[in-house]
Design a binder for this molecule. Structure first.
Ligand SMILES: Nc1ncnc2c1ncn2[C@@H]1O[C@H](COP(=O)(O)OP(=O)(O)OP(=O)(O)O)[C@@H](O)[C@H]1O
Ligand SMILES: [Mg+2]
Length: 241
């Protein structure tokens, strides 16, 4: 059976377009900590949003909730107007594989696989043939200018190369939404700017929506908008910096 898109009851009505992502009243408890304390956030299709804030302010938690990796304690996230947060895990996993590309805070490449195998993995999980998947993976590695490490395992790559490979893995399925958690975290400022420029270029080329967590003001300045978190709440939102 082919999966049907979510039925929405929305009729074509005048007014603002439905945001690609809409978080409403997000509260997330992580252990005993209230990591998010009531976050509202709309992200339009094609928009690039930087999420900033001190360590522990809830940035990773917000990103994971936006991607349906984490189920909020209260509130919800909608993707194109359809609630995502409280779908069954299998359905959220399907959406993550098809609609989202996620770059995790610590890269999380599979250590026993080469770069090209890591990047091909999401396609294999979607049922693409191995040859086809590896070919597509090589193309994205080349686009991100990191095809020279295609056949190396993560332990034999530099920090910047690993970050690019992790970004390639997030992009290979042509997702509508890219969620990236500190994609330049382990790099110096020059390396970080290069990786960020590559990420933004690739996202723009695909017309994808980006939510990127960063500590770095220069990274935030590349985005359309910055959302600042403090103690699990949005404290400031503005146009760039
Ligand atoms: N698995 C967990 N168990 C318990 N507490 C957690 C867990 N994950 C996060 N927290 C807590 O929730 C709060 C928000 O964490 P989160 O990881 O979202 O912060 P962050 O802004 O991403 O920080 P950083 O910049 O250091 O990555 C912190 O107080 C953190 O200690
Ligand atoms: Mg974090």
């Amino acid at each position: 059976m082919t999966p049907q898109p979510h039925a929405t009851t929305d009729v074509e009505a005048p007014g603002p377009p439905v945001p690609r992502l809409a978080a409403r009243g997000l509260v997330v408890h992580q252990g005993r900590t209230r990591a998010l304390a009531g976050v509202d956030l709309d992200v339009a299709a094609g928009e690039r949003v930087a999420v900033t804030g001190a360590s522990g302010s809830g940035k990773s938690t917000l990103l994971l909730a936006l991607g349906g990796v984490l189920v909020p304690t209260e509130g919800n996230v909608a993707l194109d107007g359809a609630t995502l947060s409280h779908l069954a895990e299998a359905e959220r996993a399907r959406l993550r594989r098809t609609r989202f590309g996620i770059v995790f805070q610590y890269g999380q490449l599979v250590p026993d696989l080469t770069a090209v195998e890591n990047v091909a993995l999401p396609l294999l999980l979607l049922g693409r043939g191995r040859r086809d998947a590896l070919e597509a993976a090589r193309a994205v590695l080349a686009e991100l200018r990191v095809d020279d490490v295609a056949d190396r395992r993560p332990i034999d790559m530099s920090g910047g190369q690993s970050q690019r490979v992790a970004i390639a893995r997030a992009l290979v399925t042509a997702p509508d939404v890219v969620l990236a958690d500190e994609p330049t975290g382990s790099l110096d400022s020059v390396g970080g700017e290069r990786v960020m420029a590559t990420l933004l270029g690739a996202v723009r080329e695909r017309g994808a929506t980006l939510v990127v967590v960063t500590h770095d003001a220069t990274v935030a300045a590349y985005c359309d908008r910055e959302v600042r978190l403090r103690d699990g709440l949005v404290v400031g939102a503005g146009e760039g910096r």
